[in-house]
Design a protein around this ligand. Sequence first.
Ligand code: MGD
Ligand code: MGD
Ligand code: MO
Length: 737
Amino acid sequence: MSNHLGDMQFSKYILIIGANPAVNHPVGMVHILRAKEKGAKLVCIDPHFSKTAAKCDEFHRIRSGTDVAFAYGLINHIVKNNLHDMEYLKERVYGFEEIFKEAEKFSLEETANITGIPAQDLAHIAEEMAQAKPASLIWNQGQTQHTTGTNNTRILPILQLVLGNLGKVGGGVNILRGHDNVQGASDMGNLSDTLPGYYGLGEGPWRHFCKHWDVDYDYMLSRFKSKALMEKTGYALSTWRFGVVDSENFANNGDTALKALIVIGNGISTSSLLDVTKEALDTLELVVFIDPYVNDAAVITDRTDNLFLLPAASQMETSGSVAATNRAYQWRYKVMEPLFECKEDQDILFGFAEKLGFKDELQRSLYKIAKEKGRDTFIWPDDATTEMCQSIRSIALQGISPERLKEQCDKWHMFDKVTLEGFGDMKGSFYGLPWPCWSSKHPGTPIMYDDTIPVMQGGMGFRVNWGIQAPDGHSLLSERTLPDSNIAGHPAITAANIEEVLGITLSEEERQAVQGTTFATDSTNILVDKALEAGICPYGNGKARMIVWQWYDKIPLHREPLHSIRQDLVGKYPTFPDKKDHFRTNIRYASEQNHDWKKDYPLNMLTGRLVAHMGTGTETRSAKYLAELYHTMFVEIHPNTAHKLGINDGDNCWVYGVKGTRILVKAKHSFRVDEGSVFLPQNFSGVYSGKSLLERYPEGTKPYAIGEAASMIVGYGYDYNVACPETKSGLCRIEKA
Ligand SMILES: Nc1nc2c(c(=O)[nH]1)N[C@H]1C(S)=C(S)[C@@H](COP(=O)(O)OP(=O)(O)OC[C@H]3O[C@@H](n4cnc5c(=O)[nH]c(N)nc54)[C@H](O)[C@@H]3O)O[C@H]1N2
Ligand SMILES: Nc1nc2c(c(=O)[nH]1)N[C@H]1C(S)=C(S)[C@@H](COP(=O)(O)OP(=O)(O)OC[C@H]3O[C@@H](n4cnc5c(=O)[nH]c(N)nc54)[C@H](O)[C@@H]3O)O[C@H]1N2
Ligand SMILES: [Mo]
């Protein structure tokens, strides 16, 4: 998220595309509604008439999976009518010519044909959005859960760049994140393709973290089968199943099948192809769930041994820092001690480390920090927070500390709820110290890429992360200068370039202290402090690049969903070629799309969320009053379509996915979907293809409501770059039960 929730109140036009904040971010939605009260226009682009759509000035129904085409259609019209910000593009952006060229293919008529939004509506949206200064963009899973998810998340910032809306108060790209602390989970590197802080998996990052963790690099290396596997992207949440059941993939995993699974804080029954998850759970040698509830996946497996449920403490029984959707960190105090036999997550993991023989290595840095602070033993989670902030310099967490976060929490009332600015004792910092937060004196960065304010007030240009020159020879450095500085576009600061970029001479002592480091690996912070003194951002001051020359799609392209309702467009806009060893799995693209799926599965399948349930619903379906609000799994179907199928409102029906799996649910007649689509909520579990699993929950743990999981029929299909399942565009067939 480049800006923040309160900042939307300064927007004149808010395009909500693939998000339903009225349901999923009700507190954030308050800011959006305040913006509306102040005169902002709210426009919702969604295949489903959501509760958010109901609150917007305009709703445009888009065919799912066509957002790239939609954005190109807008860009086409914007450029034709000279509504783009050419000065901004020239000074701050690389590669827009290529985008304009691609946009030429998406005339209003072509775009209307692909997206289903009439040409005159597209023109109207483009004109109004371009003329509103500033306009903000909000998206979420309606963009990401597609084979082209990454292309979607690239084209929307590109649209904002074309309009000069990035780095502006009331502008930006505002991606509303999912779970509580999911931003923190990704900052902490709970991903299989990077170490914490997005450092990657190469030897350099490993050495950086080994230093901060106070363990030998060679010891760490010895824990892996090989250096190659140590540096290789692991399985993803969506692909691990194939590492158990599909021997074709074992070669991608050091010639081994996965043998054990430990699930901590994930529903897993929410991932597509639930039948494959079940098969994998049945096949593994050991399965462990660490969860305050009985994880719904635990009752799906038929296994009778080596299945463990370890009760975890809930968030009320733990404390620590969490990161909000706007990159802001907050401290949470414990409300109560863990009840009964449950334990806090870290204590369970320390127990595992002890049994597995590396507890000492796991805790060594914590003891080191304790010693530096004059104590014999570490304090959890304070010392872990210090370790994480000191080691994660790539996104500049070093200005954050448990002490600063606790002070902010205690003086919460001394911040403006809209701008996040502190006053009184808190003057000079923004609430949550949104990263990058460069030093203990830095206020945090509430709005990224604003190069009109000094870096010490949260200013910055675009990050220089891919060198200073594109392969075609064009400079990737910005033509602008931050206030308080006379240094124009410049590379990210390293020990090797700091003297040249800043025009300074380091002392011999300083030179030795920073030798061989970059702003992201220099634990002395000398490089960063010198850059701040010179009024520049240590990330560099670059151009935003619209071309990613290392990727298959160098610019984002429209590609039809893997299972497309518009079979006639597949030839013109085909999916990607098949991809080997994608998160250790061989993934089908073209070979899967190459079939007329629509013949047997004629309805477009949409999935999304309900306001009263969370995720799998494990927690909320176990809460009496929430379960009462939504107690039954259903499929929303247009009355005309239902009529043709002989299905009355409230009838039971079977919904079949493209892999032949099926679920038994209630039909709900609704005009929220068009005649060609149906909508399924994703928040149920506990029924498996018509069979209730209720008797499998241990005594006293039965949820109040259970239902079929949509993931049972969500088909095959994964984002080409990050392997996120294609849960937002699929096909299905419905029959009366
Ligand atoms: N009450 C509640 N709140 C939650 C959650 C919950 O389960 N319940 N989950 C949390 C989590 S983990 C997350 S990630 C967020 C998710 O937050 P959202 O992304 O807002 O959630 P969804 O309802 O899954 O999808 C948003 C919208 O995308 C639309 N959509 C589907 N396909 C497309 C498409 O191709 N193009 C466009 N433009 N739109 C499309 C859907 O119709 C839906 O209205 O919510 C969080 N908040
Ligand atoms: N069809 C379809 N499928 C989808 C989506 C969709 O839109 N459509 N959305 C996808 C998305 S964005 C997401 S995020 C997933 C849903 O995400 P999941 O992670 O699958 O769903 P949750 O129910 O939130 O699972 C969280 C689990 O963690 C447990 N838990 C809660 N607090 C703690 C704690 O402090 N410690 C531990 N150890 N455990 C805890 C809960 O009891 C629960 O079992 O679904 C995905 N699947
Ligand atoms: Mo999510």
